[in-house]
Design a protein around this ligand. Structure first.
Ligand SMILES: [Zn+2]
Length: 41
């Protein structure tokens, strides 16, 4: 058994379980907004 990813969030678009390490949903490709650590661009 390898390490199991911790699904801490769910895709807002398709509700698939995603990890905080995912920038995009692995299921539908929806960009995932992580916590408020987005620097103003
Ligand atoms: Zn999705």
């Amino acid at each position: 058994m390898g390490e199991r990813a911790c699904y801490l969030e769910f895709c807002p678009a398709c509700d698939a379980p995603v990890t905080m390490a995912d920038e995009r949903c692995p299921d539908c490709g929806e960009p995932l907004a992580d916590s408020a650590s987005h620097p103003p661009d």
